[in-house]
Design a protein around this ligand. Structure first.
Ligand code: GLC
Length: 639
């Protein structure tokens, strides 16, 4: 270490004298924190002061950490795979839609425990601007909870109760942008030059026009373009998402430090996992699509290092909805290996699941997953079927072409299929943000509606209902077996359909993602113990999946994974290996019985033994040299 760097280190250490655990962590992560920041800000004259402020904030947060959280720090330092194990199953919900308030959530915890949930992601709950606020993703105050949901103290109490019951809490950190109502933006609007520099603003259209030439539109339909004219400051403000969401300027080191403080504050309130929203967008570079720039990975490494120093029990989850090639980097690739986010959404898998379900073919999924690099050391995927966002059909030309598909036509097919417009479609979804320039669209809709349950129930067609239930469970089975932490999206465990009243609120009318953000239906939940009800069949099916996961070490996030050609384009094969255990999952993506050569299993030395009870609920049939899967059946063969 150079003498001047050593002095910085000693100074940070001195701030929290006597805490040997902190001293060890500071030593271990000091350069992991410093190097990426020097790479990004080293030449900036504002950096030395901000670096000092950052080290002070880290030491202060570490010193203020409550005893129970320190104990957890220690526990997780010696159990670094706590989010990667077979026991981990998560649930995602809005506080208000699920239970009214944070206190209400506490009352509903028995429901989650019954399902086997050990990780709870509560959708944005910090104080947002008034509606519209992008479902809470336009934060006006990072230090306060949305008043209708409760207070910071309520959050602390909930976190403590979850902790006591072994359930981890995940909360969003919306770090790419603030609401224009946030104090920083308000100060900028009032003429504060320093605060104006927190955001990316431009006096005229020249730079914005140059950027726009290569920038895709996130909301082409409702918020075209990425810049908003703000007359109060006489400038164009960078607004990637909605005009009221102002992009922060991470080329200013003070912005980094301000957001670091936010993260440390949430960590000390007892939050276990920070969901870093929209991270690909943090850094902008002319001539690019301003996503996944190298600086983003430097910043994420630095965020992770500072959390590891001050609050090592806390993990970072990247929300990077990007193409297969860019995605793995968020879990730490190349020189960032083992140093970036602990978790990242496997949106590629999610898209491929729905693609396979619509087409009844698995070649694209098999090829795309095979072409992806393995999960980096120390990290794990978040696997999921649905979430609060639309499904963006992120299938590249290259991957589609490799299996004889035209990427553009396949993406259009998927948007048509899930909007229920394609002949024979079982889906009742909706097009989200159709892009008139390309003719493409994304898809909104609850899993049950996309999988045919809504239509089947409306028709009173029991056979179709059964198939739709099987489809929902099939997709979850892959998410549960894939490796990583599977998340169940609120309502999917009961087959809740699209919210018919989603557009009743004028503030939400132009954003049809509200179709799949219904209120929890506790009457439907009450039917979950009736084995003949739709709710009961889905609930039991999911509980079987939780049980199968728990009985299968091969689903560990760090296990070896391989998408397998089964020789039948309608049956997906997924092979897993971990800790001496082998697992082959076979999944039939059609409504007809499908054969697979028994040799596919025998070659991998897995046999017909499945975890008890059989995760699918139906035994796998053998016929001569073949295994025959029932419609939408999934089988877990172990060795
Ligand atoms: C993330 C959220 C999405 C939101 C966007 C902007 O992608 O999941 O709901 O609209 O960020 O904050």
């Amino acid at each position: 270490m150079r003498p001047e760097v050593r002095a910085e280190y000693e100074r940070a250490l001195g701030r929290i004298a006597g805490d040997t655990a902190f001293a060890t962590r500071l030593e271990r992560f000091f350069t992991e924190l410093r190097n990426p920041l020097v790479a990004v800000y080293g030449a900036d004259e504002r950096f030395p002061a901000q670096w000092d402020a950052l080290l002070a904030a880290v030491a202060e947060a570490a010193a203020a950490r409550a005893p129970a959280l320190r104990a957890l720090d220690h526990e997780r330092e010696i159990t670094p795979d706590w989010l990667q194990r077979e026991q981990a199953v998560g649930y995602v919900t809005y506080v208000d839609r699920f239970a009214g308030t944070l206190d209400g959530v506490r009352e509903r915890l028995p429901y989650l425990r019954e399902l086997g949930v050990g990780y709870l992601h509560l959708m944005p709950l910090l104080r947002a601007r008034p509606q519209p606020n992008d479902g809470g993703y336009a934060v006006a105050d990072y230090d306060a909870v949305e008043p209708a949901l409760g207070t910071m103290d309520d959050l602390r109490v909930l976190a403590a109760e979850l902790r006591a019951g072994g359930m981890a809490l995940c909360v969003d950190v919306v770090l790419n942008h603030t609401a224009r109502e946030h104090a920083w933006a308000q100060a900028a609007l009032a003429g504060d030059e320093r605060m104006l520099r927190f955001y990316r603003t431009f006096p005229d259209r020249s730079a914005p026009d140059a950027y726009e030439a290569t920038l895709p539109d996130v909301f082409p339909d409702t918020a075209p373009g990425s810049f908003t004219w703000v007359p109060e400051v006489g400038r164009w403000v960078w607004t990637t998402f909605n005009p009221y969401q102002w992009d922060l300027d991470y080329s200013d080191p003070e912005v980094f430090v301000a957001m670091a403080r936010v993260m440390l504050g949430l960590a000390n309130a007892g939050v276990d996992v920070l969901r870093l929203d929209a991270v690909p967008f943090l850094w902008k570079r002319a001539g690019t699509d301003c996503q996944n720039e190298p600086e983003v990975h430097e910043l994420l490494q630095a965020f992770r290092a500072l959390v590891r120093i001050a609050a090592p029990a806390v993990a970072l989850k990247a929300e990077a909805i990007v193409s297969p090639r860019d995605l793995v980097g968020y879990l730490g690739a190349g020189r960032h290996e083992g140093k970036e986010c602990d978790l990242a959404y496997h949106n590629v898998l999610m898209v491929l699941l729905w693609s396979s379900l619509a087409s009844g073919r698995v070649a694209l999924m098999t090829h795309t997953l095979r072409a992806m690099p393995p999960v980096p050391p120390g990290a794990g995927w978040i696997t999921y079927v649905r979430c609060h966002d639309d499904i963006g059909w992120a299938i590249t030309e290259e991957d589609a072409g490799a299996v004889g598909l035209d990427g553009y036509l396949h993406r259009r097919f998927l948007a048509d299929w899930y909007a229920g417009d394609f002949p024979g479609s079982f889906a009742r979804g909706a097009r989200f943000q159709p892009d008139p320039r390309t003719g493409e669209a994304r898809t909104s809709g609850m899993a049950a509606s996309l999988a045919g349950l809504e239509a089947a129930r409306a028709d009173g067609d029991e056979a179709a209902v059964e198939l739709a239930i099987r489809r929902v469970l099939l997709l979850h089975a892959i998410a549960f077996a894939h490796g990583g932490l599977p998340l169940v999206y609120m309502g999917d465990e009961l087959g809740l359909p699209n919210d018919p009243a989603w557009d009743a609120d004028p503030a939400q009318r132009d954003d049809n993602r509200w179709i799949h953000r219904p209120h929890m239906d506790w009457e439907a939940a009450a039917r979950r113990h009736d084995p003949n009800s739709v709710e009961g069949r889905l609930w039991e099916g999911l509980r079987r999946l939780v049980a199968a996961r728990r009985a299968t070490r091969a689903v560990h996030a760090q296990g070896r994974s391989e998408a397998v050609w089964t020789g039948n384009d309608h049956v997906f094969g997924l092979y897993r290996e971990h800790a001496g255990e082998r697992l082959l999952v076979l999944a039939n993506f059609t409504a007809e019985p499908q054969p697979v050569r028994a040799a596919v299993a025998a070659e991998r030395a897995v046999g017909p033994a499945e975890p008890e009870p059989a995760p699918d609920g139906r035994p796998l049939r053998a016929q001569g040299d073949f295994l025959v899967l029932a419609p939408y059946q999934h089988a877990w063969l172990r060795g």
